[in-house]
Design a protein around this ligand. Structure first.
Ligand code: G6P
Ligand code: MG
Length: 216
């Protein structure tokens, strides 16, 4: 017997490939400060809040900035990021994402978004899938960043289900850890080498089925 009642989806890298836009905008910021960082380092930014990401990047570049300067830099990055987001079209939904959301809803599973991004609502509107979620928990609603489970626990609460009745879909190691810390099952989207601890790792939601979900 399965006890899964809800699926909670991360946004960046799971539903849409905004992870690439985050990378481009952060890279542009680092370059403007006279240094660069690698794609490997970028992995550590996935699922991590805007402020914390900036602090990590400044650390890699050995650059110190005041709090006011940091705020300005984070705003600059977000402006560059949103320039790309504002060009987004519904076709940019990752393969299988819309289909799997629809499948979940058809069989009565609840769906929620659980993302650290303060831009979540804008992105969902851009790609036209806002109405496919029973609840949206984003960076404006939580104060503790992944790997803290707050965002997913808030999602479960908003859906009226228990944490152990939820499956989280995540592309970031911090997100996988957050789901596990919240006592939830987790499907990693990406590489098993990176997403250690996930109950299952797939390359994208196009590989996900109800059969795999109920076997977790
Ligand atoms: C997601 C992304 C991170 C991003 C964070 C905050 O978790 O994976 O790369 O830093 O959201 O996004 P925001 O849109 O609020 O800057
Ligand atoms: Mg993500």
């Amino acid at each position: 017997m399965n006890t899964i009642k809800a699926c909670i989806f991360d946004l960046d890298g799971v539903i849409v490939d905004t992870a690439v836009y985050h990378y481009k905008a952060w890279k542009r910021l680092a370059n403007s400060l006279g240094f660069d960082f690698t794609e490997h380092q970028n992995e550590q930014l996935k699922g991590v809040s805007r402020v914390r990401s900036l602090q990590l990047i400044l650390g890699w570049g050995g650059v110190t900035k005041t709090e006011a300067e940091q705020e300005q830099l984070a705003t600059q990055k977000n402006t560059w990021y949103m320039e790309m987001v504002n060009q987004m079209k519904p076709e940019e939904i990752l393969p299988g994402a819309k289909e799997f959301l629809k499948t979940c809803r058809t069989v009565g599973l609840k769906t929620a978004l659980g993302s650290a991004s303060k831009n979540s609502m804008t992105i969902l509107e851009k790609i036209g899938i806002t109405d496919m979620f029973d609840a949206v928990i984003d960076g404006n609603k939580v104060s503790k960043a992944k790997p803290d489970p707050e965002v997913f626990l808030a999602g479960a609460q908003a859906l009226g289900v228990q944490p152990e009745e939820c499956v989280v879909f995540e592309d970031a190691i911090a997100g996988v850890e957050a789901a596990l810390a919240g006592d939830m099952k987790v499907v990693g989207i990406g590489s098993p080498d990176v997403l250690k601890g996930a109950n299952l790792v797939i390359k994208g939601l196009d590989e996900m089925t109800l059969d795999k979900l109920y076997k977790l």
